[in-house]
Design a binder for this molecule. Structure first.
Ligand SMILES: Nc1ncnc2c1ncn2[C@@H]1O[C@H](COP(=O)(O)OP(=O)(O)OP(=O)(O)O)[C@@H](O)[C@H]1O
Ligand SMILES: [Mg+2]
Length: 313
C-alpha cells in the first residue's frame, strides 16, 4: 500500500529525513514512532503530497505521490498534526465543503457525510459551529474529514494529541475499528496506544529508521525482557541472593528495598532473555524454607524499546 524509497528531506542545510525506506502492506496498522523532531510529520507530509521531497520516492498503491499525485491522494485520508478547521462553519457544512473539495459528487455527498458523522460519533454535533467544539470533538471532525472520500489508507499524525484520557480512549477505539477496514499509518507519542492497536512499529530518530518490526518482536528482543522480581523472606539477604544467583539462566541478583518490620526482601533477578526461572526460584525457596509473597516476571514494554532505541546518552 505504501512504498517509501530512500526518501530525504532537507530544510536548507538541515536534514530532517535522512534516506529512509519502508513499506506498509494492505490492511496493516502501523505505529510510526519517534521523539520530538525525529521527522515523523515531515515524512507524513511528503507521503501525503503536501511537501516535496529533496530526494527519493514515495508511492501509494502503485501511484507515485509526485508524478501521479491525484490518483495517489485519492487513496489517502490524512489527518494532519494540527487539524485546520474553519471555526465559523458548522460541522456538517464543513464536511460538505471538504467532500466537494475532494471530488465527492452528487448524492454521494450526503450519504458520505452521514456515514462519517455516524462513524466518528458526531451525529449530535452536526449543527454545531466548529469553534464551539471541545478539542476531542475537533479531532473527530478531523478524522471525519480524513474519511469523507472513502480512502483505503489513513495517515494520522498524533490524532490523540492534547486529549484527556477518556477522549484518548474513545478515539483509540475508533481508530482500532477503522483499522479493520483500512490500512493505517499512525504517528503518536502514546506507546500503550500503539501496543494496543498496531501490528507493526516503525521507530525513527534523527530522520533515520531505527527499528521496524512487530511490537512483540521488538519487546522480546529487549534486555529487560528477562527480569524477575521476587518478594522473599526467611533467610539472610546475602545468602538468599547467592543461592538464587547459582540457579540456571540467572545472570545477576540485585536486592532492592526491604519493606516493613518483618524484613521482606525485594530481589530483582536478571535472567537470560527468553527464559523463565520462576519455578526454579519457587522450588529453591520451598527447599530452603523461605517464604515468597510475590514472584513476577517482567515483560519489556514498547516504552523500554523506544527509550533504548532513541536515547541520547
Ligand atoms: N519548515 C521547516 N523548516 C525548517 N525546519 C523544519 C521545518 N519543518 C520541520 N523542521 C525541522 O525538521 C525536524 C523534523 O520535524 P518534524 O516536524 O518532522 O518532527 P516530528 O517527528 O513530527 O516531531 P514531533 O513529535 O514534535 O511532532 C525538526 O528538527 C524540525 O525543527
Ligand atoms: Mg510531528
Amino acid at each position: 500500500m505504501i512504498e517509501i524509497n530512500h526518501l530525504t528531506k532537507r530544510y536548507g542545510r538541515f536534514t530532517a529525513v535522512d534516506d529512509i525506506s519502508f513499506s506498509v502492506g494492505k490492511g496493516q496498522v502501523v505505529g510510526f514512532l519517534g521523539p520530538n523532531g525525529a521527522g515523523k510529520t515531515t515524512t507524513l507530509r511528503i507521503l501525503t503530497g503536501y511537501l516535496p521531497a529533496t530526494r527519493g520516492a514515495a508511492s501509494i498503491d502503485g501511484h507515485d505521490i509526485f508524478r501521479d499525485s491525484i490518483k495517489a491522494r485519492r487513496k489517502i485520508g490524512y489527518m494532519p498534526e494540527n487539524v485546520p478547521l474553519y471555526d465559523e462553519m458548522r460541522v456538517k457544512e464543513y464536511l460538505k465543503f471538504r467532500a466537494q473539495l475532494k471530488g465527492v459528487r452528487g448524492s454521494k455527498i450526503t450519504s458520505s457525510i452521514n456515514e462519517v458523522l455516524d462513524t466518528c460519533g458526531l451525529v449530535h454535533m452536526k449543527k454545531r459551529m466548529i469553534k464551539t467544539l471541545s478539542k476531542g470533538y475537533r479531532q473527530r471532525v478531523g478524522l471525519a474529514d480524513a474519511l469523507i472520500h472513502k480512502p483505503d489508507l489513513l495517515v494520522l499524525d498524533e490524532p490523540t494529541n492534547g486529549l484527556d484520557p477518556n477522549q484518548i480512549r474513545s478515539i483509540r477505539k475508533l481508530i482500532k475499528r477503522l483499522g479493520e477496514s483500512h490500512t493505517v499509518l499512525l504517528s503518536t507519542h502514546i506507546l500503550s496506544e500503539v501496543e494496543m492497536i498496531a501490528d507493526h512499529v516503525i521507530i525513527i530518530d534523527g530522520g533515520k529508521v531505527k527499528a521496524s518490526d512487530t511490537p512483540t518482536n521488538l519487546t522480546t528482543s529487549m534486555r529487560t525482557a528477562g527480569k524477575i522480581s521476587v518478594e522473599i523472606h526467611g533467610g539472610e539477604a546475602e545468602i538468599m541472593s547467592q543461592a538464587i544467583q547459582k540457579l540456571e539462566h540467572v545472570k545477576k541478583v540485585i536486592p532492592s528495598t526491604i519493606e516493613g518490620e518483618d524484613q521482606w526482601l525485594n530481589l530483582d533477578i536478571f535472567c537470560d532473555s527468553g527464559t523463565d526461572s520462576r519455578e526454579r526460584i519457587a522450588n529453591l525457596a520451598t527447599q530452603e524454607d523461605w517464604s515468597i509473597r510475590s514472584l513476577h516476571r517482567h515483560k519489556a514494554t514498547l516504552e523500554d524499546v523506544f527509550v533504548e532505541m532513541t536515547r541520547k546518552d
